[in-house]
Ligand binder design. Sequence first.
Ligand SMILES: NC(=O)c1ccc[n+]([C@@H]2O[C@H](COP(=O)([O-])OP(=O)(O)OC[C@H]3O[C@@H](n4cnc5c(N)ncnc54)[C@H](OP(=O)(O)O)[C@@H]3O)[C@@H](O)[C@H]2O)c1
Length: 281
Amino acid sequence: MPSSSPHEHPSSNDGAQYTLAVLGFGKLASAIVRGCISTGFLKANEIVVWAQSDARMSQAHALGLKMADMKTCAQSGTALLLSIKPQFFGEIAPQLSVPANTNVISVMAGWTSEQIATRLKVKHVIRAMPNVAAEVQAAVTALSISKDCPATAREFAMKLFASVGRVEPLHESHLDAVTAISGSGIAYLCLFIEALERAAIQLGLPNDVAKKLSLEVLQGVAKSASTGKVDLSALRASVTSPNGTTAAALAVLDAGKFSQLITRAAQAAKDRAAQLGQANT
Ligand SMILES: NC(=O)c1ccc[n+]([C@@H]2O[C@H](COP(=O)([O-])OP(=O)(O)OC[C@H]3O[C@@H](n4cnc5c(N)ncnc54)[C@H](OP(=O)(O)O)[C@@H]3O)[C@@H](O)[C@H]2O)c1
């Protein structure tokens, strides 16, 4: 058990500088911080955190992180990770006084680097779009870094997100598409596997077997694909004999315009991301 209460914010107003300050300590920020500590990129005492709720502060405290009130936290890091819900940033930003040369890194969907830089009056903002697989250090993070961003800030952001998976540098104009594919895509795949599980039960398999088989299909495909040697369409072709069982199933999916439906779903997610961004202008 921690020796002091998290609510006392032990280092809050001591004027100390930390390598990383974190505003918002939800699922994602907590995964990133745990990833950095477990890979040895950062030590717990190099990180200061602010979260709105006592429950989140307690979690941060249990990890050995320093804690601060919101305003102190915002000005206490060489790098500042913004990981609050996007809808609250507009309300919080005017209360923050972030030193202009802080390496601000945002994972908030919808807010552009320019909008954030303007609100916080800072020189550079790096945007990152990870996904929930950060919790198991298997995220893919699209990282958008402007050309004029200092090399040290760039390297820090690359290492921060490499602690929770793979990093894909990308122009900011692609981030809404990334949100639709690797961010929301996790939900599309979950839906597919859930549907496969229901189909298995419908075909008479016991519930536990249905669950295991559908999940193992996902794992098998992921493992084959992750070798980089297997092309998915070649893999699909290899299990689709003319007039065979897989062909019968794929014909039903084709008739239901499965591929087009996925494209439409991804487009809807991208449009929604753009819409959320426009609301911030
Ligand atoms: N999860 C993902 O896979 C993912 C992927 C890409 C980007 N993101 C982005 O990452 C950010 C955090 O997401 P998350 O999944 O970690 O969400 P989360 O678990 O719900 O955490 C959100 C954080 O925002 C705080 N918050 C909520 N209401 C607030 C308010 N009124 N004022 C200030 N802070 C408030 C929460 O505080 P309390 O809980 O303490 O109240 C919590 O610390 C979001 O901007 C999201 O767009 C998430």
